[in-house]
Design a protein around this ligand. Structure first.
Ligand code: ADP
Ligand code: MG
Length: 450
């Protein structure tokens, strides 16, 4: 019996999911044991398990029931790297050339970019987990290549360096090389010009981990693509790791088909724009790195106004620090506003904090602030609280969850309910409607209230 059951389940799964999915998520799973009611499977690491279980747990269960003809449970066991493999001595080769050094010219790695200073948020969680899994895994065929894609300034290059640095730390004797695809192209062109194409190939085919950033630049460079295709194959065949980044899904770049299909055979992860909370966390981390305290309202202001690009967010912060030291002025909202105007030339969105909202609402409806935060359910208190929640939803970038937390630790569903109630009441009650409109105007009127 042994492997039989899982092998049979796999055979059915193969017909039901895309080939890439099958290769990535089912092929690495091995059977550990089976009995009447339980099939025990071995998965390679925590990251793999979390993702696979949440996406394919159900299909495995149902296919298993079908194949075995009885209801069965699946138990997963995370078996880290094969111990026997670990205890084998590393084969030792006399290096022909000095090993590419992490901090030397040749690896091109920037030590400043690490996992520990990469702020995790819902936008990059999966990419970061995959990157860490690559670093921690002894199995080079897992997620090879790893392709990270996403828009400008979202942290791809940072993650690539973090992988290189992490890999080097775990494997100090191995060779890592980071290169942008532009540099790869330029080097290749000059190698051809100098009749050194052979040397060029050797250099890249010798590494244990090759990291190529922004492969969309290979577009329309047919010979470079061809060279890279061979480099890729050679490395892949020899069980060396390849990590790539691109600004869009590989299939949409317009590269040669054979290259695209190589990229797609690995693991594809994307990075999105960060949400408000992640932007705040990134700004706080960057300001901590500089050792300069930045008031929270300024952080919130920048995070509200720079939404899509972390590089810009960071640029604004650096500029703010520069302005303040040049002008010997405090870091405050006015200064932040000036920086943003200079930077974007646009009128920034008004900045309203939930505290402002509570102050104004409390005044308008004559309900004490403490009561708004509190638990009281008296009708006018509840209505004032709900109004303030509604205004927070309309005027700030806080999530439902943070609004709930701010208003005395309430649940996000309470906030949803509050917004519905207020909208309904505004439709039905003209006086209330006018009061709310006035509040909205007052709160969103001036760009800066100081
Ligand atoms: P990309 O390569 O996607 O264009 P980068 O990796 O160059 O973006 O990121 C731009 C800047 O933003 C870098 O300075 C990087 O350190 C920073 N950055 C991006 N994402 C994060 C993050 N999650 N945490 C901390 N810094 C980040
Ligand atoms: Mg980049």
């Amino acid at each position: 019996m042994g492997q039989a059951l899982w092998e049979n389940v796999k055979a059915v799964l193969e017909t039901r999911v895309a080939n890439q999915t099958f290769q990535t998520w089912f092929q690495p799973i091995k059977q550990l044991a089976e009995d009447q009611s339980v099939l025990t499977l071995k998965v390679p690491n925590q990251f793999f398990y979390d993702w696979m279980k949440s996406h394919y747990g159900e299909i495995i269960l149902s296919t298993l029931a079908e194949v075995s003809g009885r209801p069965m449970r699946v138990e997963y066991s995370i078996v880290l790297e094969d111990q026997s493999e670990l205890s084998q001595p590393e084969p030792f080769f006399e290096p022909e050339e000095p090993i590419v050094r992490h901090n030397g010219m040749e690896s091109n790695l920037n030590e400043q970019f690490t996992f520990s200073n990469f702020v995790e948020g819902p936008n990059n969680q999966f990419a970061k987990a995959a990157a860490e899994a690559v670093v921690n895994s002894k199995d080079n065929n897992m997620y090879n290549p790893l392709v990270i894609y996403g828009g400008v300034g979202l942290g791809k290059t940072h993650l690539l360096h973090a992988i290189g640095n992490g890999f080097h730390q775990f494997n100090p004797t191995k060779k890592v090389m980071y290169i942008s695809s532009e540099k790869f192209t330029l080097d290749f062109i000059s190698a051809i010009r100098e009749n050194k194409a052979g040397l060029f190939s050797q250099r890249y085919r010798k590494v244990d981990l090759l990291i190529v950033d922004d492969v969309q630049f290979f577009k329309k460079k047919e010979r470079t693509q061809e060279e890279f295709f061979h480099t890729f194959n050679e490395l892949h065949m020899n069980g060396k790791r390849i990590i790539l980044s691109t600004d869009r899904p590989p299939g949409e770049i317009g590269l040669q088909k054979r290259l695209t299909s190589r990229f797609l055979a690995g693991l594809l992860v994307d990075i999105h724009s960060p949400d408000f909370e992640t932007r705040v966390a990134i700004l706080r981390q960057k300001s901590e790195e500089t050792g300069i305290e930045i008031p929270y309202d300024v952080v919130e202001y920048l995070a509200t106004n720079i939404e899509s690009n972390i590089r810009e967010l960071q640029g604004a912060l650096i500029r703010l620090l520069a302005y303040s030291s040049l002008a010997k002025s405090d870091i405050n909202l006015q200064l932040a506003h000036k920086v943003l105007m200079d930077l974007t030339g646009k009128i920034a969105k008004p900045i309203v904090s939930m505290e402002d909202i509570i102050n104004h609402t409390s005044e308008t409806f004559g309900v004490k602030k403490d009561d708004i935060y509190g638990k009281g359910r008296k009708q006018e208190v509840a209505l004032t609280r709900q109004s303030a929640m509604y205004l927070s939803k309309e005027l700030t970038h806080n999530s439902l969850k943070s609004i709930g937390l701010f208003f005395g630790g309430r649940d996000h569903s309470t906030v949803i309910h509050a917004c519905k109630t207020i909208k309904l009441k505004m439709d039905e009650d003209d006086i209330f409607n006018a009061e709310m409109k006035a509040l909205l105007r007052r709160l969103s009127g001036p760009i800066l209230r100081t």
